[in-house]
Design a protein around this ligand. Structure first.
Ligand code: ADP
Ligand code: ZN
Length: 649
């Protein structure tokens, strides 16, 4: 065998050390065994199959579902001097033929193949004529119908690898829930494969959740103060909203592009291409955007609407900061969102065959047994089928755990990791709760007033009306229903309207109020309301922060920052140099028609700024500079650094 894994890591990829279990996984594959690898997005899965693919004799066959991204992946590898190629439907027949020729000639270390392509007779014949070094199945959760990215074609992949008992098979995914894992093991015949489960913590991501007040203004302020010039993703629930928000961002001088399934295929491809190839593009998208986007320097992910589940939230936020540099996950939500989403989810028909409750069993929200009965009773009441009822339980649990997260008074990271079955013994120090300390208070009496108002008005009104009653307001509806006579009329004057809204929101989030499924979205008491009303249970609330009225404040107090504001530098001069190197990188990327990150990651540029290499050999010390890139770009970057040093003298 030629090079060792560490040599390849250093010489080809320019990294000094393996991360986590990478090396163990690589050794395992090199010894010819199968593996199932679970790592969060950005954890470094690719090297786990790329390096063995390069070291083992023959060609590593990589099955990847994302045709649009294969080219990027392969170009990135080639930039590092790896002999890689891809086969998918985007190639003209003569191009595909050329790739096949290289494969047959033994000129490829890695071949990326779309699953549809891999399953054709033609490709199987091809496989019979070469030596596969390994099979890697990327995004392996696509084999599972419980996941959100089910691809039926993945189910046939076991047929493909069956005939190669001595070739190692490695399946990789960032989706950790049990039902999905079981499916992967079964459908891909990985019963004997060793499992490698990495921590799902992403320490470089800062989590922050804020109440929606003036959503767009909040987003704008967030981008302007923290992420000017940075690439980011903003998620919204509706297609129209993505277009609307993108247009308003553009007006505010931020390069934003919409992305959703309703846009023309070409427009989508172009927007995705620009996001990857240019710097500082903000994509405003529905969930249709993001899977497999390898862009390492996405500096923020913002949610303008509540995601449907914690899994979805974690996958989406995980797209920030793959390069390990500081990044932000920012979410806005409101009571109206909760109600709307709950109705939307509960009314949506269950996807055929996709009914199962096991994979949400680790929901953090309350007592599931009690809850099931509660939902079942409500569903039965509406004459729903057992499938529809089951579906309701699943979506409710998911949404509830999402809400529990949003309303948490504990360290966000602890809540998230707990959801994935991991324990973080100490609060993280890198989330809004840890940093800003959310104030909590005993809200039992307030809860009792609110719940009893719901009860006395007949369990059919929403927050707006109930608050009018609590505040003792006079209006036609109150007159009409005769609610001035109620014992709860005017008993809530200690809070203002906004504060009461917060109370109702937190009651819904805590499962102390249910939302009616009809258009009026009235509140009903739940099983859990009773002990509170009877004074047998206390309720803790978090105090909502004061509404911020200030315009986007320029954060001038902190240390000097580049346009890329997540990365901090010790002084202004370093920030200036970083910008110069970034500009050089962009210029080179344009010339070569590749993405800037394929030349060097931000983290590599940052290292250059700190180390200020003076000679060619010094470049070897910079993380992310392998041999080929040093030869290709080293001289130009050295020159830029030296020129900068002369200027600033
Ligand atoms: P995943 O596929 O798990 O989402 P990637 O394989 O894309 O993650 O890796 C995420 C980022 O981490 C990439 O930018 C990659 O270059 C970088 N990376 C991976 N392994 C290492 C390592 N050992 N040292 C430094 N950077 C690494
Ligand atoms: Zn924390």
């Amino acid at each position: 065998m030629s090079a060792s894994p560490l040599q390849v890591l250093r010489e080809t990829f320019g990294f000094s050390a393996f991360r986590g279990e990478q090396e163990t996984i690589i050794e395992h594959i090199l010894s010819g065994e199968d593996a199932l690898v679970l790592m969060p997005t950005g954890g470094g899965k690719s090297l786990c199959y790329q390096i063995p693919g390069m070291i083992r004799p023959g060609t590593g066959i990589v099955i990847s579902p994302l045709i649009a991204l294969m080219q990027d992946q392969v170009e990135g590898l080639r930039e590092s001097g790896v002999r890689a190629d891809f086969l998918n439907s985007s190639l003209a027949p003569f191009e595909a033929r050329a790739v096949e020729d290289r494969l047959l000639a033994g000129d490829l270390d890695l071949l990326y193949v779309a699953p549809e392509r891999a399953l054709t007779d033609g490709f199987r014949r091809l496989l019979g004529r070469i030596q596969p070094a390994l099979f890697a199945i990327d995004e392996a959760h696509c084999v599972s119908q419980w996941g959100h990215d089910f691809r039926p074609v993945y189910l046939q992949l076991a047929d493909l690898t069956e005939g190669f008992a001595n070739t190692p098979l490695i399946a990789l995914t960032a989706t950790a829930d049990n039902a999905t894992l079981q499916d992967i093991v079964e459908k891909l015949h990985l019963q004997k494969a060793r499992r490698f489960v990495a921590s799902f913590d992403r320490p470089n991501i800062h989590y922050r959740v804020e109440l929606k007040d003036a959503a767009f203004q909040q987003l704008l302020e967030f981008i302007q103060t923290k992420h000017k010039g940075d690439a980011g993703i903003v998620y919204c629930l509706s297609r129209r909203k993505t277009e609307d928000v993108a247009a308003r961002l553009v007006k505010a001088d931020i390069q934003a592009l919409p992305y959703h399934a309703g846009l023309d295929q070409e427009v989508r491809a172009e927007h995705q291409r620009r996001f990857v190839r240019e710097e500082g593009i903000v994509i405003v998208a529905t969930v249709a955007f993001g899977m497999g986007i390898d862009k390492p320097d996405v500096r923020f992910v913002a949610h303008l609407d509540l995601p449907k589940s914690i899994e979805a939230y974690y996958q989406e936020t995980g797209r920030a900061g793959r390069d390990g540099l500081p990044s932000n996950a920012y979410m806005l939500y409101s009571l109206a969102d909760v109600v709307a989403l709950r109705q939307m989810l509960e009314q949506s028909a269950p996807p055929p065959g996709a009914i199962n409750t096991t994979h949400t069993s680790n929901s953090g929200a309350g007592d599931p047994g009690l809850y099931d009965d509660d939902v079942l009773a409500a569903a039965e009441h509406q004459g729903l089928s057992p499938e529809a009822m089951n579906h309701q339980i699943v979506v409710r649990r998911r949404l509830d755990s999402m809400l529990g997260y949003a309303e948490s008074v504990r360290c966000r990271r602890q809540v998230l990791l707990e959801f994935f079955g991991e324990e973080l013994p100490e609060a993280c120090g890198n989330c809004d709760i840890c940093n800003g300390s959310v104030e909590t208070f005993d809200g039992t009496v307030l809860a009792q007033k609110a719940l009893s108002c719901v009860y006395r008005t007949g369990q059919r009104f929403g927050a707006g009306y109930l608050i009018d009653v609590l505040l003792g307001r006079e209006n036609e509806r109150i007159e009409k229903f005769g609610h001035k006579e109620l014992s709860t009329y005017g008993i809530g004057t200690e809070l203002n309207e906004r504060e009461w809204k917060s109370v109702f929101r937190q009651l819904v989030a805590a499962g102390l109020l249910d939302v009616e499924l009809d258009a009026r979205a009235g509140f009903r008491l739940s099983e859990r309301s009773r002990p509170v009303l009877k004074g047998e249970a206390t309720v803790m609330f978090r105090r909502d922060p004061e509404r911020k009225r200030s315009r986007a404040r320029k954060d001038s107090s902190s240390s000097s920052r580049s346009g890329n504001q997540a990365i901090e530098f010790p002084d202004e001069d370093s920030a200036v140099l970083f910008e110069k190197l970034r500009a050089l990188r962009l210029e080179l990327a344009r010339e070569r028609e590749i993405a800037p990150y394929m030349i060097f990651h931000d983290s590599t540029l940052r290292d250059m700024v700190y180390l200020k290499p003076a000679a060619f050999d010094d470049l070897a010390l910079v993380s992310g500079v392998g041999q080929k890139k040093r030869d290709l770009y080293g001289a130009q970057f050295l020159q830029a650094i030296q020129a900068h040093l002369r200027e600033s003298d």
